[in-house]
Design a protein around this ligand. Sequence first.
Ligand SMILES: Nc1nc2c(c(=O)[nH]1)N=C([C@H](O)[C@H](O)COP(=O)(O)OP(=O)(O)OP(=O)(O)O)CN2
Length: 193
Amino acid sequence: MIIRKLFKFENAHIVRGCSSVKCRSSVHGHSYKVEVLFESNYLDNGQMVYDFGLMKQNIKDLVESFDHAITLWSGDNPEYIADMKKHSDRWVELPVSPSAEQFSRVIFFLIDKLFGLTKTKNGEKKVQLHSVIVHETDTGYAQAFREDVYNQQMGIIELEKIAFSDAVVESFNDTALFEKLKDGEEFINPESV
Ligand SMILES: Nc1nc2c(c(=O)[nH]1)N=C([C@H](O)[C@H](O)COP(=O)(O)OP(=O)(O)OP(=O)(O)O)CN2
């Protein structure tokens, strides 16, 4: 069975090298919708694959790190990157360009790392992240599956190569969230949410 939780964020970007002129040459924004899909053949003590309420903590914070932020590609022009960081408190820097495709890969990667370190407490069994869908507009979306995320041909994603601005980190409920993720610390689910 597959379950799905929807998140939303507003984000600005520029996508170098794409065919769409407006997209590659002007900073612009989208109201993103992100679908996070989990799967399991088992149900927990509440007869759920995974309680939606549990997704409204660290998973939500990671997805919403992009909210009201500009997303920068570390391969972009260094002057552009420096200027954007100077004029925007909230930014995220990625090792890949912020296309819908790469957003879906990066968000899958972050949630997958977190989930791999999470100890569940309510009888959840064999729950796996199935895919992440990123809707950039009402008409266009990208869906990343596990094989896309760990596919080096699409660009290597590593936690050490992702950077969140101080303002983003300060907006996490647990301001140490990303550091803990990088250190491989265990996350224990609360008994109640
Ligand atoms: N495969 C992808 N194609 C495009 C992406 C992308 O991330 N992946 N991104 C863009 C631009 O960011 C652009 O702003 C969105 O393009 P488009 O879908 O053409 O947007 P419109 O609102 O103009 O689309 P309508 O179909 O007219 O609603 C471009 N391509």
